[in-house]
Design a protein around this ligand. Structure first.
Ligand SMILES: NC(=O)c1ccc[n+]([C@@H]2O[C@H](COP(=O)([O-])OP(=O)(O)OC[C@H]3O[C@@H](n4cnc5c(N)ncnc54)[C@H](OP(=O)(O)O)[C@@H]3O)[C@@H](O)[C@H]2O)c1
Length: 244
């Protein structure tokens, strides 16, 4: 616990489980008032019970217009972790239109619209802000069975750079966090496959997966005044995967 982010209001999407939940709890531990967003109210009830008492739960779907409007109507917002995202891996030639549309909708369109709403609130309230997009190492490289996912995360990298350039005069910084594999409810089923797990470990020179704490540390840095001159950057947390 610290008070490095005391007085800040943060919003984290996809905060019911996995990386989003860890980020919401980490930001609250650093003193921020946190709005945690997910569709499952049961998951959110656990998150809101966090010891700091600084987490407010919003049960919402980030693809809904009503949610986007609610973000744009906030009194103030200084940090957003645009984290909600998903993946439906599969061979390129087998991806159907429904899967393509669903992942584009969640990983790109909703991310864009939520970031836009957050920026509108920051500009209206005159708040210098930090917008953090949860990208992936797959926003920098390709990998088999991940064409749609890689496409969406490369899109987020481009969005972040363009937003960073455009919003800098308003004091809004825009960055991405780009982790390698972290064991979460999203990736656990994939990593239970021994062949896939061996492939992943073989690609990471550090010889280990990233942890939720590794990702939270990056988010806390990008949210903090220590990163006051950092914008348009992708903070890769990949044990060397993309350095090869
Ligand atoms: N885990 C990894 O190895 C890894 C690596 C690199 C990047 N990432 C990225 O990190 C982010 C989080 O991944 P994760 O592994 O933590 O995923 P996860 O365990 O599946 O958790 C995703 C969270 O997002 C919420 N969510 C999903 N769709 C939503 C929607 N439409 N509206 C609101 N909330 C929604 C889920 O709750 P509900 O279903 O209740 O809504 C859940 O709380 C994603 O953007 C992912 O691409 C993950």
């Amino acid at each position: 616990m610290s008070d490095a982010l005391a007085g800040e209001t943060a919003l984290v999407t996809g905060a019911g489980r996995g990386l989003g939940r860890a980020c919401a709890e980490g930001l609250a531990d650093a003193g921020a008032s946190v709005i945690a967003v997910a569709r499952s109210s049961d998951d959110l009830a656990e998150v809101a019970a966090h010891a700091s008492g600084r987490i407010e739960a919003w049960t919402a779907d980030v693809t809904d217009d009503a949610f986007v409007e609610r973000v744009a109507a906030l009194d103030s917002l200084s940090i957003i972790v645009n984290n909600a995202g998903g993946n439906r891996p599969g061979p390129f030639v087998d991806i159907d239109a429904e899967s393509l549309d669903a992942i584009l909708e969640l990983n790109v369109r909703a991310c864009f619209r939520v970031a836009q709403a957050a920026a509108r609130t920051m500009i209206r309230s005159g708040t210098a802000g930090s917008i953090i997009h949860m990208s992936s190492q797959m926003g920098h490289v390709g990998s088999p069975g991940r064409t749609v996912y890689c496409m969406t995360k490369h899109a987020i990298e481009g969005l972040s750079k363009a937003m960073a350039v455009e919003l800098a005069p308003q004091g809004i910084r825009v960055n991405t966090v780009a982790p390698t594999f972290v064991e979460t409810p999203l990736t656990r089923p994939m990593l239970q496959n021994k062949e896939f797990r061996d492939f992943v470990y073989g690609m990471i020179p550090m010889g280990k997966l990233a942890t939720e704490d590794d990702v939270v540390a990056a988010v806390l840095y990008l949210a903090s005044p220590s990163a006051g001159m950092v914008t348009g950057h992708s903070l890769v947390i990949d044990g060397g995967w993309t350095a090869q």
